[in-house]
Ligand binder design. Sequence first.
Ligand code: S3P
Length: 443
Amino acid sequence: MPALRANPVSGLKGHVRVPGDKSVSHRSLMLSALAIGETRITGLLEGEDVLATAAAMRAMGADVVKGEDGIWTVAGVGVGGLAEPTSAIDMGNAGTGVRLLMGLVATHPITCTFTGDASLSRRPMERVMGPLRRFGTAFTSREGGLLPITVNGAADPVPVRAEMSVPSAQVKSAVLLAGLNTPGQTVVIEKEATRDHTENMLRHFGADVVTAPWPAGGVEITLTGQPVLTANDIQVPADISSAAFPIVAALITPGSDVTIEAVGLNPLRAGLIETLKEMGADLTIENARIEGGEPVGDIRVKAGPLKGIDVPPERAPSMIDEYPVLSVCASFAEGTTRMTGLAELRVKESDRLAAMVDGLTACGVTVRAGEDWMEVDGTGQKPKGGAMIEVDLDHRIAMSFLVMGCATQNAVAIDDAQAIATSFPGFAGLMNGLGAGIEEVDA
Ligand code: S3P
């Protein structure tokens, strides 16, 4: 796959719509595949991760088709109705896809093997297998709880009350999805609330899910098992985690004025907006409205001076995927930005803490980091840039450094653009439409 280089430009301008939300897209395919009847999904992210989930649901018996109008239709098999796939399911780069599917099949009496690419095959899966074993599910994995993994679903699952040991919406969702085909009530306790798209969408399809406060900002979520899920159309909002790239590009590139339309602003996802405002960003939300049950708005950003801030650890779950591009933003601010509570960044598509420290350092930025924190020293001046960054199959690292290259003194390149298509097909074209100078180069 090509290497890409972002050349510095003088200003980004225009209105764009970024692709559909990845979290919502995965869940919309999985839950509609378990519903009775036909669900129409508008705005589905057609990135490789989500297409892997679509293929997986087909392999388990659901009818999943894309219409000529771009709307996807899913005819579900009903809770408990998943068929055993006849071959291993390759989930590519998709951590959310594989972890949620492990939950979904955990309480169906079927055997299912999941594989993934080099990045997914080094990511921890014990965090999901641990709670799922308590339903009665058995797993065979590679040493260290790594993919490939074979799931032997429980024929007579028992409900579980699970306290989350890491703040992870993927683990929570895996447990809740396993609770779907389990009699009785499955309970998840989160000490730190994470994105609640699974809970919202379960309710959308008719399940009984109750969220109650738990001390110190946590929540207790109770799902009543074996509901009849009924097909119900879904409109997927644009992904705030993808919008983050043009947002930061516009903030750091002098002369920019960019609007990103219909972005999902679920409060458990919108931590970046609050953080950028604290940094002094000229950022406004226009046309705030509810679409498909989720808050959305158009985000207008203009370039301007930014200052370094402390980002508190409790904000991490609401912007966990945005730290790479935030650290780029921080390198253009005046003063130090301190980010804490970042342990989970080490187990994403790559070790994102290490990747940002290495990449920013190569671009001439002063960065310090520990096991779960990072500090970026901004001078209020453009960093030097002029580096080729290894992205190690991580889409967000790739896009973060292409954003940086829009505004550094010298161009910034990435060695491999392949991973970008997992979450943001058309990224370079969209950015260039705003005035960016991203082009293919020899690696
Ligand atoms: C996601 C949850 C987060 C996030 C990922 C999507 C989800 O992962 O990083 O991109 O859709 O549930 P964790 O649950 O591992 O924090």
